[in-house]
Design a protein around this ligand. Structure first.
Ligand code: NAP
Length: 172
């Protein structure tokens, strides 16, 4: 059983890593394909990080959380303007998969229309672990580091990610 987990990961936080850990354990998946969605986006308030940066953060976080990287594929995927054929487009780009792991209503709907099994992961402290909340904490100088593995926080600091977010927010 190979499952697809799609997100923007702007940035990846403990909620996302917990979903992968859950999928490879209780969720019953042998392998998970982590799709870095909206790969073309970066340097905006909603999408501050590049696909490459998100890739690196995901690898660091998975390693730090003791998740077996041999069971995870990471694939950046740019958006397309046609939702109707998005799942076909994923079939073109990704290794074969059996199910989608998602709670996002649009993602769930599109995979169901193509006959895929949908597995909804538990919510891992959604009130705390949310990328929107995390970016707000970065903008206001709150404790965003508590929401990500230490190696992810170190990476964001090394690329001056908070400074970038604040600068692009000035133009919004
Ligand atoms: P996201 O905000 O990074 O979230 C990724 C997934 O993680 C979501 O299912 C989210 O659930 C889940 N999650 C986050 N925090 C969690 C927590 N604490 N506990 C449990 N689950 C948690 O990314 P997204 O915006 O949903 O990503 C969807 C991507 O698919 C986007 O890049 C979008 O552009 C792409 N897409 C593209 C097309 C197209 O190109 N036509 C069509 C559809 C989708 P919640 O949903 O509950 O937040």
């Amino acid at each position: 059983m190979r499952g697809v987990f799609v997100g923007r990961f702007q940035p990846p936080h403990f909620g996302h890593f917990s979903v992968v850990k859950w999928a490879l354990g209780e969720g019953g998946f042998e392998e998970v394909i982590v799709v870095i969605g909206s790969a073309q986006e970066s340097h905006t308030v909603r999408n501050p990080f590049t696909a490459g940066e998100r890739f690196e953060m995901i690898v660091r976080g998975l390693r730090e959380m003791g998740i077996d990287l041999r069971r995870v594929f990471i694939v950046p995927v740019s958006d397309i303007a046609m939702n109707h054929v998005w799942v076909r487009y994923l079939e073109l780009l990704l290794p074969r998969f059996d199910a989608v792991i998602s709670r996002n209503p649009l993602v769930v709907r599109l995979f169901r229309e193509y006959g895929y099994r949908v597995v909804m992961p538990p919510l891992f402290n959604r009130g705390l672990y949310s990328a929107t909340r995390l970016r707000e904490l970065m903008l206001r100088g709150g404790d965003w580091k508590a929401l990500v593995p230490r190696s992810v926080a170190e990476f964001i600091e090394s690329i001056r990610g908070v400074e970038r977010l604040r600068e692009v927010a000035l133009g919004d």
